[in-house]
Write a new protein. Structure first.
Length: 82
């Protein structure tokens, strides 16, 4: 089973371009984040079973509305926001 997410702003110089993101850790997600910011549709595919290694780069975790840790690595969320 592959985890996939697709994000696109629909605007910008790369609108209409589809990018397949099979990267992990820092450089790749940073690059595809920029491409998404420029309007490209980014499809992220992660390793079956465990996903991107940065999902485990915590603490810190993003907080839930209640203030409790969500279990989502803040690093992963920041580097894979598109």
């Amino acid at each position: 089973l592959l985890r996939t997410r697709s994000f696109s702003t629909g605007r910008g110089p790369l609108a209409g371009v589809r990018v397949l993101d099979m990267t992990r850790v820092l450089a790749g997600p940073c690059c595809t984040q920029i491409l998404g910011d420029l309007g490209a549709e980014v499809l992220k595919i992660e390793r079956p079973g465990s996903g991107d290694d940065t999902r485990a780069f915590a603490p810190p975790y993003l907080p839930m509305a209640s203030g409790e840790p969500s279990g989502i690595s803040a690093y992963f969320a920041a580097q894979n926001r598109n």
